[in-house]
Design a protein around this ligand. Structure first.
Ligand code: ADP
Ligand code: MG
Length: 423
């Protein structure tokens, strides 16, 4: 056992340059190497990639990594290739490759030099790829962003639904599924869909103790936000709006008010979008006003505030979006503006959707409204939603929300009491 430990630590040092494992990484890797199916629920930034990258690098054969976003895959492949002196250790397989490139990938896999192959689920289904995979040595499957399997997740991808069948066709090897989405419904869905109900589950706390949560009524919102940002001058922040139009209007409004802000949404010209994102990352712009298209895979450690101009569609999305604040462990202020009328708008929007989608959407909205209107600890509310209990008095970060640092119900009733006594 200890020999193996020593081994894993030295491999960690050798490939990644880290001296210690983070959280449960070592346990996870050991069990995966022992042939177990594994399910990892760990918040963003927890270090999930290493849980499959390291075992892949030290195993015989190729690990197939299923990931939903081409941009994310490319980043990871570049990173992994940078860890090794040999070429072709990691590859992406997708439809953008030409014949020669695809052949190179296949040759590298056959030679045994490719340790990690990143694929989008829609590529994995391809008949000729399937035949090829059946004939080569696969070490294990990693399903990253596994919440994409579930309609209850915040980023459902229908192509993820059939993964289990494809995996079964290719090889009988361990599967590790990883996600930063931990609501019990999503967790259950993932395990059932992947046939992993017997998997070893590793779950880390989703508490982000350095984040402060506040909800304000949506009154004089433009002024309120300008005031907030001016108080936090020079700090990096994100303002999320629901529509592209709002993004552009509000970015302009901030600019007019002397705030160094830029817009970001999927409708902008690709060049502008990338330029704006880079300016934010390089701190040439303090604030990015964005739709939820902004953020996936963006790792700016010192985002100091995340403001929701419009309320999010689910508590899960809210957690993910606010999770971009305070990655470095420093302060992170999460401010959301709430207007019941906005929820009605979202409900109307859902009314046009197919029944199942509508029902799920409405339930997610109910939970969001509950969060907005609660007088309990917001951290406790969020963590409860993730199936985690939290002590609102002594838990880590307990006072870090509007309700806990300045309890409204308590204050109101005390005033009432005083008034009653005076009478
Ligand atoms: P996740 O996928 O869970 O969001 P990542 O895999 O992207 O997280 O890792 C987040 C960061 O943590 C990365 O910068 C990574 O290099 C770092 N990291 C991972 N494992 C370790 C470790 N054992 N020691 C130090 N840093 C680590
Ligand atoms: Mg990840």
């Amino acid at each position: 056992m200890s020999a193996k430990n020593a081994n894993l630590s030295s491999e960690l040092k050798k490939y990644f340059g880290f001296s210690t494992f983070k959280g449960q990484q070592e346990e996870i890797i050991k069990n995966l190497l022992d042939g177990k199916d594994i399910f990892v629920l760990m918040p963003t930034g927890g270090g999930k990639s290493l849980c499959y990258q390291l075992p892949a690098l030290i195993s015989e054969g190729t690990a197939i990594v299923v990931s939903p976003l081409i941009a994310l895959m490319k980043n990871q492949v570049d990173a992994v290739n940078g860890l090794s002196s040999e070429s072709g250790v990691a590859h992406v397989l997708n439809s953008s490759l030409n014949k020669t490139q695809t052949k190179q990938v296949f040759d590298d896999i056959k030679s045994g030099r490719t340790k990690l192959l990143y694929v989008a689920p829609e590529s994995l289904i391809k008949e000729d790829y399937l035949e090829f995979f059946k004939d080569v040595k696969i070490s294990f499957f990693a399903i990253d962003e596994a919440h994409c399997i579930s309609e209850w997740g915040h980023d459902f991808r229908p192509e993820y639904r059939n993964l289990k069948q494809i995996i079964d066709k290719i090889a009988d090897v361990p599967v590790i599924a990883l996600t930063a989405t931990a609501t019990p419904k999503v967790q259950d869905d993932i395990q059932k869909t992947l046939g992993m109900t017997n998997a070893l589950v590793f779950k880390e706390s989703f508490n982000r103790a350095n984040l402060f949560y506040e909800v304000r009524p949506k009154v004089n919102i433009d002024k309120e936000i300008v005031k907030f940002i001016n108080k936090n001058k020079g700090k990096s922040g994100i303002v999320y709006c629901l529509s592209r139009r709002k993004v552009e209007e509000f970015a302009q409004l901030l600019q007019v008010n002397g705030i160094n802000a830029l817009p970001y949404h999927a409708g902008l010209d690709q060049k502008v979008r990338v330029a704006n994102q880079d300016k934010f990352l390089m701190e040439e712009a303090d604030v990015i006003v964005a739709t939820i298209a902004f953020g996936m895979g963006i790792d700016k450690p010192d985002v100091r505030f995340v403001i929701h101009y419009d309320f999010p569609k689910s508590l899960e999305s809210y957690y993910q979006e606010t999770g971009r604040a305070g990655r470095d462990g420093g302060e992170g202020y999460c401010l959301a503006f709430y207007d019941p009328k906005d929820i009605e708008k979202l409900e109307k929007f859902l009314a046009q959707k197919p029944v199942s989608e509508r029902e799920i959407g409405l339930q997610l909205l109910n939970e969001v409204v509950g969060y907005a209107e609660t007088s309990m600890s917001r951290r406790q509310y969020i963590l409860y939603y993730f199936g985690e209990s939290f002590d609102p008095v002594n838990g880590e970060g307990a006072i870090m929300c509007d309700n806990s640092s300045n309890p409204p119900k308590l204050k109101d009733s005390t005033n009432d009491l005083i008034k009653a006594l005076e009478l």
